[in-house]
Design a protein around this ligand. Structure first.
Ligand code: ADP
Ligand code: AMP
Length: 218
């Protein structure tokens, strides 16, 4: 079963996708992580997306859909995957239904982590990430070790370029314009599960798992 996590930038998609994928034993696929890794490695894909991401705009649908199509078709995704940050447009949601159907699969629920914009901004502003292993911290709600280095691998933590205030505003605007309609796309046929994301991480995690199980997805 494939599951998508939706919500504002900073809603907690990455945090919850990682927990849920671990619980279900399927890969966690984050388009943002794929693009960031490509940008860091300087691959042709990375060169195409670096400036777009830093400005907080969306990568074009055709490119994003091609990346996901390749990843979802890989052998380790045969039992399904937890998608984080995809789909972000109705065109991507439609393409996802099509590509899963070609693979003989279907999207179970789209889990919408509900937080308001003020909470999202607090979470984006305090987020610190490890550039080496990808661990995510928050200065207040998930504080890193006192030396400011990653508790997992010891690297110096950084603030994502697109968590700076100007890029945050652009990302919220892109969400309102292009991503909010995706909620209606899934609500229309009963696939949208809404979970209150404005609670401690472990509570949100339990609620996501309960919602997915109650929906009969796993
Ligand atoms: P997204 O993937 O939706 O952008 P993240 O999972 O990266 O969001 O979370 C954004 C920030 O908020 C991170 O710094 C993370 O540690 C923190 N965070 C995530 N979930 C919660 C929560 N339920 N309560 C408090 N802080 C959270
Ligand atoms: P994220 O890590 O999910 O916050 O994504 C970081 C950035 O990657 C976004 O602001 C976009 O620039 C790009 N990105 C990630 N996923 C998508 C997507 N599904 N469609 C378009 N752009 C994306």
């Amino acid at each position: 079963m494939d599951i998508a996590l939706l919500g504002l930038p900073g809603a907690g998609k990455g945090t919850q996708a990682s927990l849920l994928a671990g619980e279900l034993g399927v890969p966690h696929i984050a388009t943002g992580d794929i693009f960031r890794q490509a940008a860091a490695e300087g691959t042709p894909l990375g060169d195409q997306v670096r400036a777009i991401m830093e400005a907080g705009r969306l990568v074009p649908d055709a490119l994003t859909i091609a990346v996901i199509r390749e990843r979802l078709g890989a052998a380790d995704c045969a039992p399904g995957a937890v998608l984080d940050g995809f789909p972000r447009t109705v065109a991507q949601a439609t393409a996802l239904d099509g590509m899963l159907s070609e693979l003989g699969r279907s999207l179970g629920p789209a889990v919408y982590l509900v937080v308001d914009e003020a909470r999202a901004v607090e979470r984006l502003s305090g987020r610190r990430v490890c550039p080496r292993c990808g661990a995510t911290y928050h200065l207040e709600t998930a504080p890193p070790p006192a030396d400011g280095r990653c508790g997992r691998c010891g690297s110096a933590l950084v603030q994502r370029a697109d968590d700076a205030p100007a890029a945050q505003l652009q990302r919220l605007a892109a969400y309102r314009e292009a991503t909010a309609p995706v909620l209606a796309y899934y609500r229309r046929d009963g696939r949208l599960l809404e979970v209150d994301g404005d609670r401690p991480m472990a509570d949100v995690g339990r609620a996501v798992l309960a919602a997915v199980r109650a929906g009969g997805a796993v």
